[in-house]
Design a protein around this ligand. Structure first.
Ligand SMILES: [Zn+2]
Length: 109
């Protein structure tokens, strides 16, 4: 498996360089949406929408702010725990998962 030779974040995205020379850029928002933690993988059922009233979906304050990581912590040699600016911090991103997200991100124009 490839290892990381470089890992850095800017205001909008995480930049990765892999041992095989491939470089990826993954937006924090994408990382947050694809959070692999148990809570995000199995979200609690959302309250039933007020159907037929044409209400707009409620957007919380956190969702209106630009999302970024506030902290990244290595978990052994194979994964990183990312804390996001919305306070979420239970996602553990394995290198394998980051690589897959990076490949998906670069295949979309
Ligand atoms: Zn999560």
């Amino acid at each position: 498996m490839n290892s990381l030779t470089e890992l850095k974040g800017d205001a909008t995205a995480l930049h990765l360089a892999w041992s095989d020379g491939v470089r990826h850029r993954i937006e924090w928002r994408t990382l947050r949406q694809r959070c692999p933690c148990a809570t995000c993988a199995n979200p609690p059922p959302s309250p039933s929408p007020a159907s037929g009233l044409g209400l707009l979906p409620v957007i919380t304050m956190a969702e209106t702010l630009p999302l970024k990581a506030t902290r990244m912590r290595p978990m052994g040699n194979y994964a990183y725990a990312i804390q996001f600016s919305d306070g979420h911090n239970t996602g553990i991103y394995s290198l394998e998962f980051l690589r897959r997200l990076g490949e998906e991100a670069s295949s979309t124009p």
